[in-house]
Design a protein around this ligand. Structure first.
Ligand code: FAD
Length: 255
């Protein structure tokens, strides 16, 4: 079989690419070393925050807003619970670049962001005690994506649209000759016109097959689960309230 598009890595990025390219009528093959969603990828865990007013820089905002449109569309068309509009609270020093970028993003793109003092944060969510010299930015239209459910949904839709999945399959080589891509797997070789590499942390190894290197640094990000002892800690108006602490880049979800 000769494919229009071969996608290596079927996690958050690859599975979405698989669905959207298959939906466009392309013959798509998705290959993954595991069977996403799984615990070895960056997507592991129930939830991820989606923010619109970006602390990392204004250039992300149009992409975040477009992504939100697509998530809303996907949720509506599938009736799956993929996104919960909980709002997101980011806490940090008022003069920090992150907080300034959030406020500038909101201003430039007319996003609803409420600026709160530490006292106002405590009044609104009694469990949160924020140092007096910090402020909060509460963005009410953003929230939580149920990341593993998102991948499962993309997977089902990709297959419905004719994509072929080869899961638990290791790629052992890639070559590109005269515009044809050949991907080697343990069971043989597969050919296609285009290649999408969406292998997350596995990208340096995959690129090495093509003699390519990128200045990538793998960073381990860990989860911690803290139990709460007092009911008063619970933000009363949401099941999940993502909280971003910009002092230590800690992100918290109440679950
Ligand atoms: C703890 C944590 C918290 C995060 N929080 C947020 C958040 O709140 N908001 C947010 O927007 N982002 C967050 N992120 C980042 C987000 O989860 C990632 O950016 C996203 O999941 C990356 O998607 P990906 O497709 O690149 O990688 P993955 O989802 O990891 O997919 C890569 C896939 O490639 C496969 N693969 C790798 N190597 C090979 C190979 N050689 N052959 C075949 N397949 C291969 C893997 O098996 C995997 O399935 C967080 C990440 C972590 C780890």
């Amino acid at each position: 079989m000769h494919y229009d598009v071969i996608i290596i890595g079927a996690g958050s990025m690859g599975m979405a690419a698989g669905y959207y390219t298959a939906k466009k009528g392309k013959k798509v093959l998705l290959i993954d070393a595991y069977d996403p969603p799984h615990s070895e990828g960056s997507h592991h865990g129930e939830s991820r925050i989606i923010r619109h007013a970006y602390g990392e820089g204004l250039s992300y905002v149009p992409m975040a807003l477009r992504a939100q449109e697509l998530w809303d569309e996907l949720q509506e068309s599938t009736n799956e619970l993929l996104f919960s509009k909980t709002g997101v609270l980011t806490v940090g020093a008022p003069e920090s670049e992150f907080i300034l970028n959030i406020l500038k993003s909101a201003d430039t793109h007319s996003l609803t962001v409420q600026k709160l003092t530490s006292e106002e944060i405590h009044d609104k969510w009694s469990g949160f005690l924020v140092p007096d010299d910090m402020i909060g930015c509460f963005e009410e239209n953003s929230g939580v994506l149920f990341s593993e459910a998102c991948i499962r949904t993309y997977k089902n839709l990709a297959v419905e649209n004719g994509a072929v999945l080869k899961m638990n399959t290791k790629v052992t080589g890639i070559s590109i000759v005269d515009g044809t891509v050949t991907v080697e797997i343990e069971q043989g070789s597969i050919k296609g016109n285009s290649l999408i590499i969406a292998t997350g942390k596995g990208t340096p190894d995959i690129l090495a097959f093509l003699g390519l290197t990128l200045p990538l640094q793998l960073v381990r990000k860990t989860f911690s689960w803290l139990s709460q002892t007092k009911v008063s800690m619970v933000p009363i108006d949401s099941r999940h309230l993502p909280l971003n602490f910009q002092t230590s880049y800690t992100t918290g979800f109440r679950v």
